[in-house]
Write a protein that binds this ligand. Structure first.
Ligand code: C2O
Ligand code: CU
Ligand code: CU
Length: 488
């Protein structure tokens, strides 16, 4: 059955204009290269390069630059230090990141360590900072000694350029080492991005409707590769650190024909391993899973089934510069696990991984937050509580050390994954929640979530926002100030 469009194309373009979304900002610059080859699938899987802390310091420079290979196409996108994803930053609780960010792009950027429970200080994990084209900036980010061991990531956070830069490949993983021994023989980072390449072999610019819907790329990549092939031996288990670093896609990950053993969400271990047919990841979410290759050699596909984010009626579709819209399409093959050789059994993960999550509380304060969006979202533009982002305005002022309960309402017709920096969130209501601690919580279209946040461990001023990065760039972001002048 064909659904009737609730909005005409012209109406959507009007909404895009009203929402203040800019059209067609090219993500890359530089002279066009002659005759680029198309994307190539099936390359051998490779983890991103790594940077390790020495002593308790992870130092060096990190250059955001152009001309980086994507999907086997030379020079197609953006990356850090010449690769997309950039180097995985590996450190332990108590270590300090001391990186000099160099901006080799022609648009402003900065650096955000997504999910790390670190203060948003100036010179630290500060989303308000601007590093102009050609500029450099020093970052000092100390990871607390009691920080969870797990999978986090980094990406640019300069308001207005985030979606373009991430879509072009500017992302990287952060691994905080430690935690229970999972019995795995291998440990891999799988950073999932999506992008669309134009005929010129460069990342395509998003159109106005892609910016309203939240752009989804035609190519879904793992570590910058299209459908890479991962080697495995029968029964020799691997830990996969899955990062949804796409701009907008919500997807269910599954391993064709067998369960994934889910051990961590958003960098925090679950109380016990859970065998699941599929694990859902919204943009920004991570899942750590243990994969036990089957007893007999053969290929097994890792799949991502797109979840319909709603809201575009019959305008759905995936093409960049096409109709715009969100997908419930798929599944697409993310990677293939190629199992060869003799069985090499490893032990299963331990039955208990961490203490059960107790939501913080009782709350010192309750707030209602309303996600504002075009198309039934209570406004013509993207915002929170009816206001677009203003970095100079204090939106939520929180007393340090207190617990808040947030009722987040989404009156609109598209889902929005809500992300809060620095302080993790615990979802209270059962719908769609597995009781885990998260740093990105999906708020369904026409629905609400109730969550608790303990504002402990750090003070400072930072942001909460929709992690559909086009929505964030269009203003669905608010400031939160914990402590400081005028705090309660
Ligand atoms: Cu993943 Cu505010 O960011
Ligand atoms: Cu973040
Ligand atoms: Cu959104």
């Amino acid at each position: 059955m064909t659904r009737q469009p609730r909005f005409s194309r012209r109406h959507l373009l009007g909404l895009a204009a009203a929402a203040g979304v800019a059209g067609g900002v090219a993500a890359c610059t530089g002279p066009p290269r002659p005759g680029p080859a198309g994307p190539a699938a099936g390359a051998p899987f490779a983890d991103p390069p790594e940077r390790r802390a020495r002593g308790d310091l992870l130092t060096g420079t990190l250059t955001a630059g152009t001309g980086v290979d994507l999907a086997g196409v030379a020079g197609a996108g953006l990356g850090y230090d010449g690769t997309s994803p950039g180097p995985t930053l590996r450190l332990r609780p108590g270590d300090e990141i001391a990186l000099r960010l160099h901006n080799g792009l022609d648009t402003p950027t900065n650096l955000h360590t997504h999910g790390l429970r670190v203060p948003p200080d100036p010179g630290g994990d500060d989303p308000f900072r601007t590093v102009g084209p050609g500029g450099t900036a020093d970052y000092r980010i100390r990871v607390p000694r009691d920080h969870p061991a797990g999978t986090f990531w980094y990406h640019p956070h300069h308001h207005g350029t985030v979606a373009d830069q991430v879509f072009a490949g500017l992302v990287g993983a952060i691994v905080v080492e430690g935690g229970p021994d999972l019995g795995t023989a291998e440990d891999h980072v799988l950073v999932v991005t999506d992008t669309t390449l134009g005929d010129d072999g460069r990342v395509a610019a998003a159109g106005p409707m892609d910016r309203v819907a939240g752009r989804e790329g035609e190519l879904v990549l793992v570590n910058g590769l299209l459908r890479p092939v991962l080697a495995g031996a029968p029964q020799r288990s691997q830990r996969w650190r899955l990062v949804n670093a796409t701009c907008s896609r919500v997807f269910d990950v599954s391993l064709d024909g067998q369960d994934l053993v889910h051990v961590a969400t958003d960098g925090v271990f679950l109380p016990r391993p859970v065998a699941r047919g599929r694990v859902r990841l919204a943009p920004g979410n991570r899942a750590d899973v243990v994969v036990r290759p089957p007893d007999v050699p053969g290929d097994v596909d890792l799949l991502a089934a797109g979840v319909d984010r709603g809201g575009m009626g019959g305008m759905g579709g995936t093409g960049m510069g096409g109709t715009g819209g969100t997908t419930g399409t798929g599944p697409v093959v993310l990677a293939t696990l190629r199992v060869t050789g003799a069985a090499a059994p490893t032990p299963p993960p331990p039955a208990v991984l961490s203490a059960p999550v107790v939501p913080p509380g009782p709350p010192d304060r309750t707030r209602v937050l309303t996600l504002t969006a075009p198309m039934g979202g209570g406004g013509m533009g993207f915002g929170i509580d009816g206001r677009g982002f203003d970095p100079a305005r204090d939106d939520l002022v929180v007393a340090p050390g207190t617990v808040e309960e947030w009722v987040v309402e989404n009156p609109g017709t598209m889902l929005h994954p809500l992300h809060l920096h620095t302080w993790p969130m615990t979802v209270l209501d059962a719908a769609g929640s597995d009781g885990a601690v998260r740093d990105v919580v999906t708020v369904p279209a026409g629905g609400r979530v109730v969550l608790r946040v303990a504002f402990t461990g750090a003070t400072g001023r930072t942001v909460l926002h929709c992690h559909v990065l086009d929505h964030e760039d269009a203003g669905m972001m608010a400031t939160v100030r914990v402590g400081g002048a005028g705090a309660p």
